[in-house]
Ligand binder design. Structure first.
Ligand SMILES: C[S@@+](CC[C@H](N)C(=O)[O-])C[C@H]1O[C@@H](n2cnc3c(N)ncnc32)[C@H](O)[C@@H]1O
Length: 396
């Protein structure tokens, strides 16, 4: 088996629990390494640190699967880890039919995401190593959770391209099925696996549900970057009087309209296909004000090098959003960029509020991703979502 030797910094990180070896931490390699190969990782001095999937073409050189030399990397190992991950969601966290079943590294399954929506599992593989075990993983999912009858592979997106993997979207195993209806708080959603990501953003589940308690009846709500209606449907179901939902994706808005009908709230909802920036500007020009504005944009910072530009985009969106919140209203603002930490996010919102002439009070403790996307304490990479509920007052 080929070998990868790492520097002292990477060694210390692995000892603390990190499961990723970045290329910059590699001092030398031994033997030929092709994308997806299993390799052994050693300290510079020759201490065995673990085994995992290598990809010499990626920034992440090795994704460790095990720290034990004699553990075999095979279907049995993956099945046991999927079983444990599923049990954690069901027994410890109390989820039932719709939850993230596997969250990559945090479940010791690097490069594998599995979201369960009733009898459908939607999987995404982002490492060349895991790709080799794709069918084993799909079989293991069906064996671990017998209620699942379909494994859909949603293998598209930037992370696949970065690893040099082909983009594929299809039923991989089991019944041909793409759609199902899930329940979340007081709302219901149609999930279509062919939508964005695995089909639905489960990471915001608890934050969407948290919005319901701020709806006392009669509010006017603006949900920007709504996707299939997420926060907007919750607001409408909880009793808001008028809800405007905006997204640039026509297919997401079509699905959002279906979701509104499914929940019987279509009469109080208005859907807009368009750019968030342009729509918010138009609303401002019309002098519109909202009791609640929700901002849940896509990750504006994909790479660390884009941090400055991405933070500016967050600033602009939040500045515009804040201008639309009435005095004594609420801003719910989120960022799913892993490179933007809570402090940067807070600093950005504070600056946007100052420019918009607003004071902000934190309404809820700092919120993050749903617990079925566990944050591995030793791994910064598993923590990405920030969500603030803020009370907004005019500076007078
Ligand atoms: C993180 S998702 C939002 C998830 C949603 N809040 C939910 O709870 O399901 C981001 C959404 O932003 C949309 N989007 C991306 N760029 C946009 C833009 N410039 N203007 C409007 N929508 C945009 C995407 O189509 C996607 O639906």
């Amino acid at each position: 088996m080929s070998k990868v030797y790492v520097d002292a910094q990477a060694y210390r990180a692995i000892e603390k629990g990190a499961m990723i070896v970045f290329k910059k931490g590699v001092v030398r390699t031994e033997g030929e390494i092709k994308p997806g190969d299993i390799v052994e990782v050693y300290s510079r001095g020759g201490k065995f640190l673990g085994k995992g999937f290598a990809n010499p073409n990626s920034n992440i050189m090795v994704r460790l699967v095990t720290k034990e030399k004699d553990v075999e990397i095979n279907k049995e190992l993956f099945k046991e880890r999927i079983r444990k991950a599923n049990e954690y969601r069901k027994k410890v966290l109390g989820y039932d039919k719709a939850y993230r079943m596997v969250y990559g590294e945090a479940d010791y399954l690097p490069g594998l995401i599995v979201d369960r929506f009733n009898d459908i599992a939607s999987l995404q593989i982002s490492s060349a190593g895991m790709e080799r075990f794709k069918l084993d993983v799909a079989e293991a999912i069906l064996e671990v959770e017998p209620e699942i009858e379909t494994v859909f592979e949603k293998n598209t997106g930037r992370s696949r391209r970065r690893e040099g993997l082909p983009e594929i979207e299809r039923v991989l195993l089991g019944k041909e099925k793409y759609r199902t209806i899930i329940e979340e708080g007081r709302a219901k959603f149609i999930v279509d696996m062919r939508g964005q990501k695995t089909g639905f953003f489960l990471d915001q589940r608890e934050n969407r549900i948290a919005l319901e308690k701020y709806i006392k009846g009669g509010e006017k709500v603006l949900d920007v970057f709504t996707y299939t209606g997420g926060f907007a449907i919750h607001a409408a179901v909880a009793g808001a009087e008028k809800v405007i939902a905006v997204d640039k994706s026509p297919s997401a808005i079509e699905q959002a309209k279906e979701n509104a009908k499914l929940n019987g709230v279509e009469d109080k909802m208005e859907f807009v296909v368009g750019s968030a920036f342009e729509v918010m500007e138009k609303l401002q020009k019309k002098g519109e004000k909202f009791d609640i504005v929700v901002l849940d944009p896509p990750a504006f910072v994909q790479h660390e090098k884009d941090l400055k530009r991405g933070l500016r985009a967050y600033f602009n969106v939040n500045y515009q959003g804040l201008k639309l919140v009435k005095d004594g209203g609420i801003l719910v603002t989120a960022s799913c960029s892993q490179h933007v930490d809570m402090q940067m996010f807070k600093d950005m919102v504070i600056a946007a509020a100052a420019k918009a002439g607003k004071f902000l009070k934190l309404l809820e403790p700092y919120r993050t991703q749903a617990p079925d996307h566990p944050i591995l304490m030793a791994s910064k990479d598993t923590e990405y979502l920030k969500c603030l509920f803020l009370y907004v007052e005019d500076m007078k």
